[in-house]
Design a protein around this ligand. Structure first.
Ligand code: GAL
Length: 634
């Protein structure tokens, strides 16, 4: 497969005579894709029911005539102002009941049925008009579901839809009362119509109620997206994508992914390092102009799974962004490195965001490939270099992975609902497991929580899964390799109750979690073999083999055959040490890497990415700062 580059473009932002020159420059740069349209509803339908497709026809024509392929976005993330006049109750309400007003974007509530009907109308009109257009070659639904904290809405529309969802799931209020344990604090309901959303309670709401709400809200995103994919498929043969985000777990991306052909994501490495990642100040300083060395790769591997093999970068940071607490300038070379790292993980396309920096409105301070005066910004030449290199490079086919890591969105909701210790973040736990694997130079596949076959993997990690699915349990029971589960595995039922028999209740593993303890970050629990547990540990009872223990004598790592259970949250060196031992037992070759240097193997090549601001001497090469190096295998 030919890997390609692209860019995000907003023809409606620029005078029409400029389009021809822009398109010619994009093509000359070696770009293949141009994504347009996703925020242009007010120009597509300036007055309700009156469409103006002329400009979009011409823009697609100009881009297509230059040899570019268009990714056309549906504009449903930015309903125009008349929509609000028509549907004043379409706004999402925040958890305090305050409306999320007009004047930016994503102000709609996923549950508002009349707004969905409006979305169906505009998507139908676009699909009918452009579904067979020879210059259009892919679709994007909406833009970044969940962005700006918009998955959960506490509106009357959401309340009504939640009640319907509950009635379908539980059939009777009595069944719901039993499932949630509503006898506790006299929370029993007589009617679904009495059930409110779990905000505005005096103290915490019933966690079963909160979890049901999280599942419902995720289902709402899925059905909102499916409304669009159903329409697009009726009218158009082109693949459909959505652009997901970094470290966003608010809805089940595997579920939306089932309705899409391509999982795309928006990669802003410096923004993420500045505002999203758990990291020490030293780590942030060290990688301030490069981004975290594992964060992008984690998402590449995650979205490869969400897209069932097909994934893109729809938006790639090209220079300083505008939205993080601090917005550093990437080191020269990073716009190239980030693209190559994506290709090495199997991306079909990498699109930079955006073509030209906007001189107006919210994102004036966000770099593009061009400056506002149309002169090239630094990433322009780096993109040109990647385009040249791609043309000369053999295909980057995926190699089989050394290890699998299970990712489960519902577990993220579970541990947000009941963290039992401020620092218990599911995402962080899984990401730290990923880091431990990747620091050993391994190729990793991320898998969904209902994975039914693990036979391709000698090593499987599944930390922190609140409720193991039946297929995964069966796959673990049949697994011939090594698996590492825990902490907190299987410690909730699907209805968010504590199961009896007590967790982890794993096949062949004689052990129960008798007690758990959460701790402030400055109270480590030392392990007898070195290193520490942080944040969390469990007291295990039973006859399973104890592999490691804490210095105060609690089992820390136990096993039965290849099935291992970790009774705490290891610090980074300890996680790596444990994973390393498991690899050795399975004869998985590791390549422990220096800090900031990362590796990914394709079917034919070894790729090395130097996230450091200094050169690294490795594999017989001097790899420059922000440098990429690859060599053929063998
Ligand atoms: C993304 C979004 C884009 C743009 C970009 C700026 O989250 O999809 O529309 O706002 O961030 O970095």
């Amino acid at each position: 497969m030919k890997r390609t580059l692209g860019v995000c473009y907003y023809p409606e932002h620029w005078p029409e005579p400029q389009w021809v020159d822009d398109a010619a420059r994009m093509a000359a740069l070696g770009l293949t894709w141009v994504r347009i349209g996703e925020f242009a509803w007010s120009r597509m339908e300036p007055v309700e029911g009156t469409y103006d497709w002329g400009w979009l026809d011409r823009a697609i024509g100009v881009l297509g005539s230059a040899g570019l392929k268009v990714v056309l976005g549906t504009p449903t993330a930015t309903p125009p102002r008349w929509m609000l006049t028509k549907h004043p109750d379409m706004l999402a309400l925040d958890r305090n009941g305050k409306p999320r007003g007009f004047g930016s974007r994503r102000h709609y509530c996923f549950s508002h049925r009349p707004y969905r009907a409006e979305c169906a109308k505009i998507v139908t009109a676009m699909a009918e008009r452009y579904g067979q257009n020879p210059h259009v070659a892919a679709w994007q639904t909406d833009n970044e579901y969940a962005c700006h904290d918009t998955t959960l809405s506490y509106s009357p529309a959401a309340t009504a839809a939640f009640r319907d969802w509950l009635a379908q799931r539980y059939q009777s209020p009595q069944a719901l009362n039993r499932a949630w344990g509503n006898v506790f604090w006299s929370m029993d309901y007589d009617s679904f119509d009495d059930i409110a959303l779990p905000n505005l309670t005096v103290t915490e709401a019933n966690p079963a109620h909160v979890m049901a709400h999280r599942r419902f809200a995720s289902d709402e995103v899925v059905s909102f997206n499916r409304l669009q994919t159903d329409i697009l498929r009726k009218h158009s043969p082109y693949p459909i994508s959505h652009n997901y985000m970094g470290q966003i777990t608010d809805f089940d991306h595997f579920a939306t992914g089932a309705d899409l052909d391509i999982a795309a994501w928006d990669a802003y490495p410096l923004g993420f390092l500045s505002d999203r990642l758990h990291a020490t100040p030293e780590h942030r300083r060290r990688f301030v102009r490069q981004g975290d060395p594992d964060f992008q790769a984690f998402h590449h591997d995650l979205y490869r799974a969400v897209g069932r093999g097909r994934w893109w970068i729809m938006e790639q940071q090209p220079g300083p962004v505008n939205w993080a607490p601090w917005n550093a300038d990437p080191l020269p070379g990073m716009a190239r490195l980030w693209a190559w790292e994506a290709f090495a993980h199997g991306a079909e396309a990498v699109c930079y965001f955006r073509w030209r920096q906007a001189p107006f409105a919210q994102e004036q301070m966000h770099a593009g490939l061009l400056r506002p005066d149309s002169a090239p910004a630094p990433a322009f030449d780096e993109a040109a270099q990647v385009a040249r290199e791609l043309a000369a490079m053999p295909d980057v086919a995926n190699a089989p992975a050394d290890a699998a890591l299970i990712f489960d969105y519902a577990s993220a909701w579970a541990w947000e609902t009941q963290p039992q210790g401020r620092d218990f973040s599911y995402f962080r736990l899984v990401f730290e497991a990923y880091r431990a694997l990747r620091a050993l130079g391994l190729n990793i596949d991320i898998l969904p929580p209902d994975t039914a076959d693990l036979s391709a993997y000698k090593l499987v990690l599944a930390p922190g899964i609140a409720t193991l699915s039946a297929p995964l349990l069966a796959a673990l029971a049949a697994h011939k390799g090594t698996a590492l589960l825990g902490p907190r595995t299987n410690s909730k039922t699907a209805e968010f109750a504590t199961p009896v028999p007590l967790p982890p209740n794993l096949p062949g593993l004689n052990a129960v979690v008798a007690r758990v303890e959460s701790l402030p970050p400055d109270v480590p629990v030392p392990l007898a073999n070195g290193g520490n547990f942080l944040h969390w540990r469990e007291k295990l009872e039973g006859s399973a083999t104890v592999v490691e223990a804490t210095t105060d004598g609690w089992p820390a790592l136990i096993r039965a055959g290849g099935l291992h259970y970790l009774a705490g949250w290891p610090d980074a060196p300890t996680f790596q040490r444990i994973v390393n031992t498991l690899c050795a037992a399975q004869d998985i070759a590791t390549d422990p890497l220096p800090e900031g240097l990362r590796r990914r193997d394709s079917a034919t090549h070894h790729f090395y990415f130097n996230y450091n601001s200094v050169e690294v001497d490795w594999d017989g090469q001097i790899i420059p700062p922000a440098g990429v190096y690859w060599r053929a295998k063998g």
